[in-house]
Design a protein around this ligand. Structure first.
Ligand code: PRT
Ligand code: ZN
Length: 287
């Protein structure tokens, strides 16, 4: 481990690769040679990337070959390695669910007792069954878990669901959502101080990117008599900026609105008399 460089493991090719590289790029970090190599040096940050299968990332981080890694939370739980989840990254969101054939009468979790459940996540399934006092036969399978009920190989499956399209096309129905997952940053616990500092710097950039993505910059016009009511609707980073317009008695307000309550706020602003509302994306929010 080089104390002047942070070694980060990311997925070589798959559903996490693009999101991982995109996030780094938004943090001002580019790589010189791509995922066709095992390793790549980054520009814009003292970082070296290692490209791996996502299954291998927890072990490489535990062993210290990489100081940190980006992978699905589901894979972290499944592998049970000694690694720390330090940040949710907001992409590759999915859920792990139990599904049964569409025409099966599912009576609740007790239905699973004595049944055969096919899964590519036997570890998580085992814990779920134990936590709920259920006994079932776990059939570990890698790939195409969804076809097993149709082939008579399983009574239920426990698998990743995103849009639900794969379940639908295999005549299956989601009956229990066990876990929500997304890409996360993991790190080796007890990293040397200098490496921990580098990781903190990277997390600082990631936070700025995430905050920006969760917020929009809003500009609107309003007459003087409506200002108080409108300001009350706009929390902003501190408080809204107010500038007089060329037309007497009118002002321009600038603020930041959270994506979660965005449409609710817009409706209220219109009702309160705001006009010419402009909404623009934010590149970074550094606090
Ligand atoms: O080669 P390597 O081992 O690195 O990759 P992999 O094939 O094991 O993983 P990959 O690239 O398929 O997925 C990596 C991670 O992406 C997973 O561990 C999840 O955290 C996350 N993710 C997000 C998904 C999905 N969405 C997803 N839809 N992983 C898999 N799927 C599959 C799922 O297995 C199922 O077969 O897509 C199907 C369901 O999708 P819908 O949209 O039809 O519901
Ligand atoms: Zn994998």
């Amino acid at each position: 481990m080089n104390n002047n460089t942070l070694t980060l493991a990311i997925q070589k090719s798959g559903r996490l690769s693009e999101g991982s590289l995109k996030l780094l790029k938004k943090c001002g970090i580019d790589i010189q040679n791509g995922p066709n190599h095992l390793k790549a040096k980054a520009t814009g940050f003292p970082l070296e990337l290692i490209f791996l299968r996502d299954d291998d990332i927890p072990q490489y981080v535990e062993d210290g070959v990489a100081s940190a890694g980006i992978l699905g939370y589901n894979e972290v739980l499944e592998k049970k390695r000694d690694v720390e989840v330090i940040q949710k990254l907001g992409f590759s969101k999915c859920r792990l669910s139990i599904a049964v054939a569409r025409d099966v009468h599912y009576t609740g979790r007790d239905f699973l007792n004595g049944k055969r459940i096919a899964t590519s996540y036997p570890g998580i399934l085992k814990d779920f069954l134990a936590d709920n006092g259920l006994t079932a036969e776990i059939h570990p399978i890698s790939g195409s878990v969804e076809v097993t009920p149709g082939l008579g190989l399983a009574d239920a499956i426990f698998e990743i669901v995103s849009s639900g399209g794969t379940l639908l096309s295999n005549g299956l129905r989601e009956v229990e959502t066990i876990l929500h997952s997304e890409a996360v940053m993991i790190a080796k616990p007890d990293l040397p101080g200098q490496i921990r500092d580098l990781l903190e710097k990277l997390l600082f950039r990631i936070n700025a990117v995430q905050r920006a993505e969760n917020n929009k910059y809003i500009l609107l016009n309003a007459p003087k008599e409506k200002l108080d009511e409108i300001i009350a609707l706009l929390p902003g980073v501190k408080s809204p900026t107010i500038m007089p317009l060329a037309i007497k008695g009118w002002y321009s307000l600038h603020s930041v609105v959270n994506e979660d309550d965005f449409w609710g706020v817009i409706d209220k602003l219109k009702d309160a008399g705001a006009e010419g509302i402009l909404v623009v994306p934010i590149e970074k929010i550094v606090t």
